[in-house]
Design a binder for this molecule. Structure first.
Ligand SMILES: Nc1ncnc2c1ncn2[C@@H]1O[C@H](COP(=O)(O)OP(=O)(O)OP(=O)(O)O)[C@@H](O)[C@H]1O
Length: 393
């Protein structure tokens, strides 16, 4: 650093700069100034206060959900014997965590016992003789544990023999339309209790004005009964943009979304559930490999002579997941002060921006600069102390 630069710096260090009020009769700068002020005010009042409600403290919802499905069905098809179904048959498990499964279609393999039987024909199961089968081979994609024997599956085909629950399940043809198509008319009661612990606020989706006689008859309808917590399953699918009967064949997952966004300020006091529905599993027509939702379960019995026997069920159905979310807001002094301070800071920046525009972009910038920036000399300072005034440079 040169000697003159060093002394310039020292001079700056020992100069105090104060702002000077200059009244400029310029419509351009005045309009810019007022416009910027208006923008900031609109932002603070419209967006920060009205839209974001930044003056509020917030809390996240804590929720619990129980469900109860009701409905009856009667099936009389070639796939199985005539049968009456009630809730204990088609809802699995009887009660679940924020979700329930309704059986809509099934492949039943009755009277299975533990024995040996030939596997269904396939590239890895057909054989010519025992050398093609391996004793103890346990392929998860197969039907059981191979015994090492090649046996007749039919008059023309031989396959490897397995130790398994026989007869083996054949799931190549799925009933269509779905066996339990009547599930579309089942109804579900959703009881949802929520808490906002910070505000000690509790509420249920069975709102205070709902009485038991209304609950016995009502059914959710967005326009006529938006507060009724009983939903018809086909209505849920419809609002999710799906056809229940289509979904019922191979199964799927539907989301029941309950939004508890609440404004707990006394002047708003808005806190009630808003329901929406959407399909949650993949329904991508381009990549529709392995669609739907299914699983297997069995019912076990014992024959009079003590032999264990079971009915295997491959169950297809719709799982309903209940997703509860929400945030509550209530006036808080701390967020109000923080946001007010931020707004005042932005407002106080506007004159600086206008000054910069005035001193760099306007045609009369030299004149403005002359009046805006005044330097006092040591002599001016002394004459002020002696009672005279200083002039501009
Ligand atoms: N899935 C449903 N569809 C229609 N109404 C229902 C359903 N689940 C419950 N309800 C009705 O809502 C009310 C409250 O149900 P809740 O389960 O609390 O009482 P409940 O007396 O045990 O019901 P229920 O014995 O009828 O199953 C009852 O009138 C009940 O019949």
């Amino acid at each position: 650093m040169s000697k003159s630069e060093g002394s310039g710096c020292m001079t700056c260090m020992f100069k105090y700069e104060t702002s000077r009020t200059l009244v400029i009769p310029s419509k351009g700068v005045a309009c810019l100034f007022r416009f910027a002020q208006l923008l900031v005010l609109l932002y603070v009042v419209g967006y920060v206060c009205v839209v974001r409600k930044a003056y509020q403290e917030t809390d996240s919802v804590i929720s619990s959900v129980t469900t109860k499905v009701k409905g009856f069905a009667f099936t009389n098809t070639s796939y199985m014997e005539p049968r009456f179904w009630d809730v204990a048959d088609f809802v699995m498990p009887p009660q679940g965590h924020n979700s329930f499964f309704v059986l809509t279609n099934l492949i039943v393999t009755p009277k299975q016992i533990q024995t040996r039987c030939p596997e269904p024909p396939g590239p890895t199961t057909t054989c010519m003789d025992d050398c093609d089968c391996f004793e103890g081979r346990n392929d998860p994609r197969g039907s059981g544990i191979q015994t090492g024997l090649c046996v007749n599956y039919s008059a023309t085909v031989q396959t490897c023999q397995v130790l398994s629950w026989c007869p083996l399940e054949i799931d190549t043809t799925l009933p269509e339309p779905a066996l339990l198509a009547e599930a579309a008319d089942f109804t579900v009661l959703i009881k949802n209790s929520i808490t906002y612990p910070k505000f000690n606020f509790h509420r249920r989706n069975i709102l205070p004005h709902i009485n038991s006689s209304y609950l016995k008859t009502c059914e959710f309808n967005r326009s006529t009964d938006p507060d009724c917590p009983i939903f018809r399953l086909k209505h849920i699918a419809l609002e999710a943009g799906e056809d229940f009967q289509d979904m019922a064949v191979k199964g799927g997952i539907l989301g029941i979304i309950i939004d508890w966004t609440c404004d707990l300020d006394w002047w708003a006091r808005k806190c009630y559930p808003k329901y929406s529905f959407r399909r949650l599993d993949n329904k991508n027509p381009v990549n529709n490999v392995a669609p739907g939702y299914n699983f297997r379960f069995a019912k076990y019995y014992q024959t009079p002579d003590g032999e264990e026997i079971r009915t295997l069920i491959k169950a297809y159905g719709i799982r309903f997941d209940i997703i509860v979310f929400g945030t509550a807001g209530k006036f808080g002094i701390l967020p109000t002060i923080i946001n007010l301070a931020a707004a005042l800071t932005i407002l106080s920046l506007i004159p600086h921006v206008c000054d910069w525009i005035m001193l760099t972009c306007m045609s009369k910038r030299d004149l403005y600069h002359k009046h805006k920036v005044a330097h006092m000399t040591e002599g001016d300072s002394q004459s002020v102390s002696m009672g005279t005034t200083y002039g501009t440079q």
